[in-house]
Design a protein around this ligand. Structure first.
Ligand code: AMP
Length: 491
């Protein structure tokens, strides 16, 4: 096809191997005109060198990252990127068995590119010039980052007083074994992984973020779940503001989601956690029964609490960090700064629970400030809370996005709530009047149905939120229940 190839940059690592192979095959031009000029120069020099070549012959580069446009003004052009790493200490044999990405803009150029790759001893495959960054990122992981991993592993061995070079035969064997996964993550042995994390944090803290990222990725690929309870490596429980900031510092390269809760987790909370897990790299759940949003002490004292179970549920849901502060941590002595969303916080629930939304807004603002999430997840179940927080975020220009998750209900229609646990069977039966009344989507009908049910009704009203809802609150014995239906969805 082509009988003479001139290599520019034959003293470089790639050029040396390629020129050697072309010479073996009698294809290397010895001075004079060549039919193909192969640029084996550093990426940043390609455009300049190409610009200096008289148009006429084929011009090709061997770069993985550089688009073909860099070869302008030449139109008879292509790229052959050997998917291989080279050293100047070795020769053409480095090409043997390697794959090569051929990028070309015409079938003729592709044919020449494939021919050259085969002449060099490479296995050619076609690569779209527009997808080269993706391809090159994959190659960087497999090659360059392997070097980083070797150094990171070596530094831990060194810290342990073991010889870092001991890793080399291990790495080679892993490759020779076709990358078969073994070890603690494959076995689901999270205690061992947890111990790794503890010593890395103590001895080589700069490696913790990388270790965690690799652990998660490996677990996902292995189909094992790094979430086995409070001590699992997937979950870190923080009690103080400083702790949570410390835990999040290395995770800020990705998106952070916050799911505020008061615990006693149920499927409603899980829906929020799942949505957060899907949307963000790091999921933070706060677990704090906020005294300032409770009107009376008896209600606060009787609020259900089971931290052990909540931590296990959070871990199973893939939460990365739980922030479970004490009341003193959130409201230190002398605390006197409050946020009040005045008008929105005073209607509906605000009438019956004065100060409730002041407590909610204040604790949420403080949580936002501590966690600095990109996303915060709330339930449609508490529609007014969503409206109040949305207004606070807007009014104070907070830099986060509020996301709302639809209300999760039991099969009988009752909206899940931590307070449902306090209902007797008979009370629960009667409480079903609330979702049934709201499902009419009509405030008059709903009011009539609730009056008939004999429940104590605090209100049942259309609220012009986004979206508008028919909202209601009732008391069943000493338990107060709230619910709402978005009006577009009502039958
Ligand atoms: P709480 O622990 O009651 O403060 O609730 C924490 C978050 O879970 C709030 O954003 C609630 O709106 C949300 N949530 C509570 N119950 C449900 C439910 N049944 N469906 C969807 N979200 C809910």
């Amino acid at each position: 096809m082509i009988e003479s190839v001139r290599v520019v940059g034959a003293r470089g690592r790639v050029g040396h191997a390629m020129a050697g192979r072309l010479a073996e095959r009698g294809l290397l031009a010895d001075g004079g005109a060549a039919e193909l000029v192969l640029l084996c120069v550093p990426d940043r020099a390609i455009a300049e060198v190409a610009g200096g070549i008289e148009p006429g012959p084929w011009v090709a580069h061997v770069s993985g990252a550089t688009p073909l446009a860099a070869l302008a003004p030449h139109v008879r052009r292509f790229g052959v990127h050997p998917l291989q790493t080279f050293t100047a200490r070795r020769g053409p044999e480095q090409l043997d068995g390697a794959f090569a990405a051929v990028t070309a803009e015409s079938s003729e150029a592709r044919a020449v590119g494939r021919w050259l790759a085969e002449a060099l001893g490479l296995h050619p495959f076609d690569l779209d010039d527009a997808r080269r960054a993706l391809y090159h990122a994959g190659a960087a992981i497999a090659s360059n980052y392997l070097v980083t991993l070797r150094r990171a592993g070596g530094s831990l061995l060194e810290a342990a007083g073991a010889p870092p070079e001991g890793l080399d035969p291990l790495m080679r064997r892993t490759v020779d074994n076709d990358f078969e996964l073994t070890g603690p993550i494959d076995r689901g042995d999270w205690e061992t992984v947890d111990r790794h994390l503890a010593v890395i944090r103590a001895e080589r803290p700069e490696l913790e973020e990388a270790y965690r990222a690799l652990m998660r990725l490996t677990a996902r690929q292995a189909g094992t779940v790094p979430t086995r309870g409070p001590s699992s490596p997937g979950l870190r429980t923080c009690r103080t503001v400083a702790d949570v900031r410390d835990a999040l510092a290395p995770l800020r390269t990705g998106t952070v989601a916050l799911v505020p809760t008061m615990g006693a987790l149920h499927e409603g909370h899980l829906a929020l956690l799942r949505a957060a897990r899907e949307a963000a790299d790091t999921v933070v759940m706060s677990l704090f029964v906020n005294p300032s949003q409770f009107g009376d002490d008896a209600d606060l004292a009787s609020y259900p609490r089971d931290e052990g179970r909540d931590l296990a549920v959070a871990a199973e849901a893939g939460v990365d960090v739980v922030f479970a502060p004490s009341v003193e941590e959130m409201y230190p002595p002398g605390f006197q700064t409050w946020v009040d969303v005045t008008a929105l916080g005073a209607v509906l629930e605000g009438v019956h629970r004065p100060g409730h939304f002041r407590g909610v807004a204040t604790v949420c603002l403080k949580l936002f400030s501590i966690v600095r999430p990109d996303l915060a997840f709330f339930g449609q179940k508490d529609a007014q809370q969503v409206e109040v927080l949305r207004r606070m975020i807007r009014d104070l220009a907070l830099e986060l996005e509020l996301r709302v998750v639809p209300t999760v209900r039991d099969p009988d229609g009752l909206a899940l709530s931590s307070r449902n646990a306090a209902l007797s069977r008979e009370q629960r039966e009667r409480a079903l009047a609330l979702p049934r009344a709201l499902a009419t989507g009509d405030p008059e009908l709903a009011r009539a149905a609730l009056d008939e049910s004999g429940l104590d009704v605090d209100y049942v009203e259309v609220a012009l939120f986004d979206p508008p809802v028919l909202a209601g609150a009732v008391r069943v014995g000493s338990t107060r229940l709230i619910d709402n239906v978005p009006l577009e969805e009502a039958p």
